[in-house]
Design a protein around this ligand. Structure first.
Ligand SMILES: [Zn+2]
Length: 208
């Protein structure tokens, strides 16, 4: 007979919600936060601030829901906010995780190891199809990954890529903008996915 309960869960883990623009990542994060609010679980929500000023602000989803969030200049500040919180925080929510510094995955790991539940939402790739550095490690460290899809605006297939409408320089990895600048594409309609960055030899196409 088993000496342990094989279905016991230990508190402290990482959940990641990723996908392209227009796939509903922030809405999914807010949905999970809403569940916590009903259960009166205390949480703190963080967003990155590129101008390094910290403070409280409102996060707004595309469907108009508003929630308090803390804007931080670097991921280490999250630990300070948790330590200084007057409430018994159990969940750390992070939106726009792709814009954080490279230490974010380590901060999330550290918090999860100390029994916090971390839920991070962010773009996995830029509009050139290149991964965002903090997201790569976060996806590896996460116990639970939800990869959301949008709808390809070109062909209607399931879309995992963000496409840019106007030409963009390759060195620009910051994706800020909305429907007039970006769109959702499937692999086959995403023009950057056709580029051969690694100069691989030409490959014969698979039969359809
Ligand atoms: Zn398509």
């Amino acid at each position: 007979m088993a000496k342990i309960n094989a279905f016991r869960t230990q508190k402290g883990w990482i959940e990641v919600i990723c996908g392209p623009m227009f796939s509903g990542k922030s809405e999914e994060l807010l949905r999970r936060i809403n569940l916590l609010q009903f259960a009166e679980v205390k949480y703190l929500m963080f967003t990155p601030n590129t101008d390094t000023r910290s403070g409280l602000k409102k996060a707004k989803s595309r469907d108009g829901r508003i929630i308090d969030s803390i804007s931080v200049g670097c991921s280490r500040e999250i630990i300070d906010w948790v330590n200084n919180s007057s409430e018994d925080v159990q969940v750390i929510a992070i939106d726009e995780a792709q814009f954080f510094d490279e230490e974010l995955p380590e901060v999330c790991n550290y918090l999860a190891n100390n029994d916090y539940i971390v839920i991070a939402s962010g773009l996995d790739m830029d509009s050139w199809g290149r991964p965002f550095t903090p997201m790569m490690k976060l996806l590896i460290y996460a116990e639970r990954v939800t990869k959301l899809k949008a709808i390809c605006t070109n062909c209607g297939a399931s879309a995992s890529f963000t496409g840019h409408i106007k030409p963009r320089p390759m060195d620009a990895q910051i994706l800020v903008g909305d429907k007039n600048e970006y769109t959702a594409h499937c692999r086959h309609c995403h023009s950057q996915s056709k580029l051969n960055y690694y100069n691989f030899p030409k490959v014969r196409k698979a039969k359809v």
